[in-house]
Design a protein. Structure first.
Lengths: 184, 184
DNA sequence: TCAGCTATATTTAGCGCTAAATATTACCAT
DNA sequence: ATGGTAATATTTAGCGCTAAATATAGCTGA
C-alpha cells in the first residue's frame, strides 16, 4: 500500500487528480469526469472563505455582516433594499437574512423600516456607522483577494472567468435555484 | 410587475459582472479584479453542494457521511484509515471527523478500533453495511455530476481544470492550511 | 362587504461545523 | 525507573444556516 495508514509522508493537501486516480484504481467503472472540476472549486471556495475570514476578523466584522452591508452599499443611494431583494441578491435563505439584519441592527449598522410596494415589505438601510464600516472594509477584502489571484496572468484570468461563467450559466439553467453565497 | 418587489425585472440570479460593475460605479477606486474569479467559484460550490444534497437525500445518506465513507473506500483494502489521516484528506477539522465517525458508527457504517503507529491512534474501518452503502451511492453522485459538467466541451474542461489547479496550488503556497471540503 | 388568497417577514428547532479545552497514550532523557 | 513531553482523539460551547411553521398585510372576487 502506498501512503494510507501509518502515514509515511504528508503532502500539503489532497489533489483532485489523486482522488480521481484512486477511484479508477478501486472501481474502474466509476465516472470520474467531474472530479477535477468540482473538487478544486470546493477547495478554492474554502480557501477564499477562510482567508477572507482572517482578514475580516482583523477588521472587526464577520463575513455575514460584510455580505449584508456590501449588497446594500453597492446598490447605490439611498442605500436601502427590501429584505426580499437582499435575499435574491445574496442567494441566502430569507430566514438567514432576517437574522443577519437583526444582528446588524443590534450593532447599529442598519435600520429597518416598513414601507415599499408589496404586502409586508421591510426596507433595510445603512446607518452612518454601517456605511463607514463597509467603506473601510471592502477595499481591504477585495485588495487582499486581488493579490491572491495574481498568480494567474491577465489572459489566464480572463479565460478562467469566462469558463466559470459558462459553467455557471449552464448549471443555473438545469438546477433549481435555492441559494448560494455572494461577493461584497 | 413581474414577480419581485418594486425592483423591475428579476434575473434568475446575481452575476459577478454586475457586482464588479456596481462597485466601479459606486466607488471607482475599488479593486474589483478578483470578483469575476471568486464570485463564480462560490456560486458554483454552492450549486454543486445543493445538487449533491438532493441526490443524497434520495439515496438515504448525507454529504458528511458520504465524504467519510468515500475517503475510506477509495483508500483501498483493508478499507481502514486513522482519524488523523481522514482529517488530512478531507481537510475538515479533527473534531468534525470525530463527530462524523461517531454518527456513522451509530448507524453501523464504520467501526472504530485502537491501534496504529502514533500514540493514541484510532483506526476507522468500513463495515459491510458501510461498504455496500458507498458502493451504491458513489456512482449516483459522480454520474450526476458528470452530466452537470457536460455543458463544457472536453477541451474546455481540460483548460478549466488546469487553471483551477494552478490557482489552487498557488494559493496553498500562500495561505495557512486550515481546512476545505473534498470529493467522494 | 368580507372571506379567503397571496406575498412577504419572522420565529423556531435542529444540524454540522469550528475553536478551544480536555483526556489519553507512547516515548525519551535523565 | 520515572517524570515530562509530544502527539493524537474527544468533548464542549457557541455560531450561523436551513427548513418549516407562524404571523401579518394588502388584494380580489363573489
Amino acid at each position: 500500500m502506498a501512503e494510507s495508514t501509518p502515514e509515511g509522508d504528508t503532502p500539503p493537501t489532497y489533489r483532485a487528480a489523486e482522488i480521481a486516480a484512486a477511484w479508477r484504481r478501486e472501481r474502474p467503472q466509476t465516472p470520474t469526469d467531474s472530479i477535477e472540476i468540482v473538487t478544486p472549486i470546493w477547495q478554492l471556495a474554502k480557501l477564499f472563505a477562510d482567508d477572507r475570514g482572517r482578514v475580516l476578523r482583523a477588521a472587526g466584522i464577520d463575513a455575514a455582516t460584510l455580505d449584508l452591508l456590501s449588497v446594500i452599499r453597492r446598490s447605490g443611494p439611498p442605500y436601502t433594499l427590501s429584505t426580499r431583494e437582499i435575499a435574491r441578491r445574496t442567494l441566502v435563505t430569507a430566514g438567514a437574512i432576517s437574522q443577519r439584519v437583526a444582528r446588524a441592527e443590534q450593532q447599529g449598522l442598519v435600520r429597518r423600516a416598513p414601507g415599499g410596494a408589496a404586502p409586508r415589505t421591510v426596507l433595510v438601510s445603512l446607518t452612518p456607522e454601517g456605511h463607514a464600516l463597509i467603506e473601510r472594509s471592502v477595499d481591504q477584502v477585495l485588495g487582499r483577494e486581488a493579490t491572491l489571484v495574481e498568480g494567474l496572468s491577465q489572459p489566464e484570468r480572463a479565460t478562467l472567468s469566462a469558463l466559470l461563467d459558462k459553467l455557471l450559466t449552464d448549471l443555473q439553467r438545469r438546477c433549481p435555484p435555492p441559494g448560494s453565497p455572494a461577493q461584497p
